[in-house]
Design a protein around this ligand. Structure first.
Ligand SMILES: [Zn+2]
Length: 135
């Protein structure tokens, strides 16, 4: 299933997004640690706040000690794009929404089985739809 891309100018995004969502998605910002730490005990799907692309499921949440929502796998391999990021002088892998190219967070190799990945995501740019299941 190929993701249909959406393209908007920065001005158009500014009209849709809050200043904090814009800072994270468009300017690759990071929310304040702990601002969106959550524990979800209902099944559901996390979507991109900007374009509604399904990104992660509640069953993939990692109980992480970092103060950001963390997952061990994306909704599907097509949901996200991974890109090398050298911006802070260390090699990291940036996680990008495959539909709108918005910045979501980073992925690290210290996650639990079965993937050993930890997708560390800004909760500010996620929208939780309770009760939804992965298709
Ligand atoms: Zn998106």
């Amino acid at each position: 299933m190929a993701i249909k891309k959406i393209f908007k100018s920065n001005e158009e995004w500014k009209k849709i997004l809050t200043p904090e969502q814009y800072h994270i998605l468009i300017e690759a910002g990071t929310e304040t640690a702990g601002s969106c730490a959550f524990s979800i005990n209902r099944e559901g799907v996390f979507h991109c706040i900007a374009c509604d692309n399904p990104l992660f499921i509640s069953k993939a949440i990692i109980e992480s000690e970092t103060k950001w929502p963390s997952f061990f796998e994306p909704y599907s391999p097509e949901s996200i794009i991974l890109k090398e990021d050298h911006t802070i002088g260390m090699k990291r892998t940036e996680v990008i929404c495959a539909r709108c190219d918005g910045h979501l967070g980073h992925v690290f190799d210290d996650g639990p089985p079965p993937t050993y990945k930890r997708y560390c995501i800004n909760g500010t740019v996620l929208k939780f739809v309770a009760g939804e299941k992965r298709k």
